[in-house]
Design a binder for this molecule. Structure first.
Ligand code: PXG
Length: 286
């Protein structure tokens, strides 16, 4: 595998970062996870915009243009012969001193890895996932905004550990107000009486690119979509529930905190949106 690091493609073994990089020492940096279909990055502009916004929010200057990054991403896919794959873009603060001061770091590091995608087992798409609500609250937006896709993912990792300990591969996180926020690496939707409901950005969530695409698709198909605060109760009494994310795409949820959602099977609107999302990925990457 060839990895892009600081302007060049090098063999995986030579793709190395200093132990003094603040990305490692403090999680000081930002990242993106992007899917490719048919050799093309999906919704690339949206991912680049989010990366640049994350960087701006932490006063990090990305040392290249969006156009240069887009070209490097396409080149990473080409050099590794990846058609249906996964791209990880990482921008770190760079090498600094053993102190917090980011001004002592001079060279932000840009890393692009293009790899094969390891998908969720097919069974999850056919029969749905079981998830649990965990006690780890999503970061308070006034402390560290969940809109920043930063290299500090401990909040999500702690929630993921709790979920895994309960035997679930995804976990539902609440915000500081006790409202539903999102899962550890996926946004959440419920369906009630034919309408889609999903937490708003100010519930303290990552503004998922898959979430935005699914909202567009649902509205285009005539479904009402409301971005409103939700409680666990709203999830428990939903007719359907599903998650959206770059890796997962659209995946049905059939059980939350041991309660079956709807009739305990993936619902019709969920299945419709799974198919529509799949179509969209193909259409946009032809
Ligand atoms: N919430 C959080 C906290 C995320 O990290 C999403 C929602 C979904 O956003 P997108 O833009 O992907 O629809 C994410 C994204 C991984 C992985 O390897 C995780 C994400 C993306 C790609 C890979 O677990 N999370």
């Amino acid at each position: 595998m060839k990895v892009f690091i600081n302007g060049q493609f090098v063999p995986q073994e030579d793709a190395k970062i200093s132990v003094f990089d603040h990305g490692l020492l403090y999680g000081d940096g930002v990242f993106e996870g992007i899917r490719s279909y048919n050799g093309k990055a999906f919704r690339l502009q949206e991912h680049l915009d989010r990366l640049w916004n994350s960087a701006k929010a932490i006063w990090l200057q990305i040392p290249m243009t969006k156009q240069q990054m887009a070209e490097a991403i396409q080149e990473a896919l080409r050099q590794n012969g990846i058609r249906d794959g996964y791209i990880r873009v990482v921008v770190t603060r760079g090498v600094g001193t053993l102190g917090l001061d980011p001004n002592r770091c001079s060279n932000p590091q840009v890393i692009i890895i293009a790899d094969k995608i390891s998908l969720y087992p097919k069974e999850y798409y056919e029969n749905g996932l079981e998830i649990v609500t965990v006690s780890t609250l999503r970061n308070h937006p006034a402390a560290l905004s969940p809109r920043i896709k930063s290299l500090n993912y401990l909040n999500n990792i702690l929630a993921k550990i709790e979920g895994l300990q309960a035997g679930c591969i995804e976990a539902l996180m609440l915000n500081h107000k006790g409202e539903v926020a999102e899962c550890t690496g996926d946004n959440i939707f419920v369906v009630r009486q034919g309408r889609l409901l999903t937490p708003p950005t100010d519930a303290g969530i990552l503004e998922g690119i898959t979430r935005a695409a699914v909202i567009e698709l649902a509205r285009a198909d005539g479904y009402q979509v409301l971005e409103i605060p939700l409680t666990k109760h709203d999830v428990y009494i939903a007719d359907e529930c599903f998650l959206t994310g770059t890796a997962a795409e659209v995946v049905p949820v059939v059980k939350v905190d041991s309660r079956p959602i709807g009739d305990g099977k993936p619902g019709p609107i969920t299945r419709h949106l799974m198919a529509r999302f799949h179509q969209l990925t193909q259409q946009e990457t032809q």
